[in-house]
Design a protein around this ligand. Structure first.
Ligand SMILES: NC(=O)c1ccc[n+]([C@@H]2O[C@H](COP(=O)([O-])OP(=O)(O)OC[C@H]3O[C@@H](n4cnc5c(N)ncnc54)[C@H](OP(=O)(O)O)[C@@H]3O)[C@@H](O)[C@H]2O)c1
Length: 301
């Protein structure tokens, strides 16, 4: 039996990863700010360390005697400086790993993390990789996941309000898209095996590359709106709308910078799709989740 520390444990990838480890009989310590969100995991046997990933002493207590950690940086929508917040979390985690001598880390990174700048929300993930790679004796595997299909669930509301899908990513730009469950499966596989040595990365690219125009056609069919269109939202309008919805200006500018990096093909292209980086869930399968959210009988995640 191994002991694991899971950050982001109540989130898209941390939760299924935690459940998978518990099912295999491992000891799992979870970091969460919320006893309520953690309840199901605690009921299944996880041990809650209450707090967030900026708290180095909490992390050190959780990591004491642990075999491995799953590193997920939070997306703090209200952070005054989004990247600085990512670096703050990554620094606390890296310091705690170094101080406790933890031997294995699987991190949730992203396509585009090979670049030190110009990728918005991903810049902090590049910095996280660097911080973990600087730890002597740590075996680190960075999962460079692509755009989550779950990100599109917010489009259900946009369709209700405007009749169309849209974002600043051009409808014709090709982008791999992955279901978060498939990313969790990659994290779980690495955590169970602990068979990686030194510092490495692995791409998690979903079933195929897609353009949002195709996604709109597939979702439109699933929700009974076969004419559903995708609209390229002008950059300034996106910034105005997102800030108007309550997101912090820093995060909005980083989301926009990432969208521009996708439009320019900078975030994609460093990798080559392989059978290993290709995962199972198709956008057609995920369209059923989208339909449930659109119909109002699915949980918006
Ligand atoms: N979405 C994508 O397309 C994509 C693609 C590649 C990589 N990524 C990266 O994946 C990571 C997110 O992974 P995920 O989707 O598995 O996690 P997630 O569902 O976004 O969230 C994980 C946990 O972070 C905690 N959290 C949220 N806001 C916080 C805040 N302001 N301060 C402290 N903690 C906070 C929450 O835990 P508690 O409430 O329990 O504390 C939440 O359950 C990010 O680093 C993102 O950049 C995302």
């Amino acid at each position: 039996m191994n002991t694991y520390v899971i950050t982001g444990a109540t989130g898209h990838t941390g939760k299924p990863t935690t459940l998978g480890l518990l099912e295999k009989g491992h000891r799992v310590r979870i970091i969460s700010r919320s006893p309520e969100k953690s309840r199901e995991l605690v009921d299944r046997g996880a041990e809650l360390f209450l707090g967030d990933t900026r708290d180095q002493s909490l992390l050190e207590r959780a990591l004491s005697g642990a075999d491995a950690i799953y590193v997920v940086l939070p997306m703090d929508a209200r952070a005054p400086d989004y990247t600085a917040r990512q670096v703050q979390d990554a620094t606390a985690i890296a310091n705690a790993i170094r101080r406790t001598g933890t031997k294995y880390a699987v991190s949730l990174s992203s396509i585009g993390a090979h670049l030190p700048a110009g990728t918005g929300v991903v810049v902090g993930l590049h910095r996280m990789e660097c911080l973990l790679n600087a730890i002597d004796g740590l075996n680190a595997r960075h999962l460079r996941a692509t755009y989550f299909m779950e990100n599109t669930l917010g489009q259900a509301q946009s369709i209700r309000l405007t009749g169309a899908m849209g974002s600043p990513v051009r409808g014709s730009a090709k982008l791999p898209m992955v279901a978060a469950g498939d990313v969790a499966a990659a994290a779980l596989g690495n955590l169970l095996a602990l068979d990686f040595e030194g510092k490495s990365y692995e791409y998690v690219l979903g079933e195929r590359d897609l353009a949002f125009n195709e996604v709109a056609a597939i979702y439109g069919k699933a929700i009974g709106k076969p004419d559903l269109k995708y609209v390229d939202i002008p950059y300034e309008q996106f910034e105005r709308d997102m800030v108007g919805m309550g997101l912090g200006a820093s995060m909005v500018s980083k989301l926009l910078e990432f969208s521009i990096a996708v439009n320019e093909g900078k975030a994609q292209g460093f990798y080559t799709r392989t059978p290993e980086s290709t995962t199972a869930t198709s956008i057609e399968a995920f369209a059923q989740t989208f339909r449930r959210v659109y119909d109002g009988d699915g949980v918006r995640s």
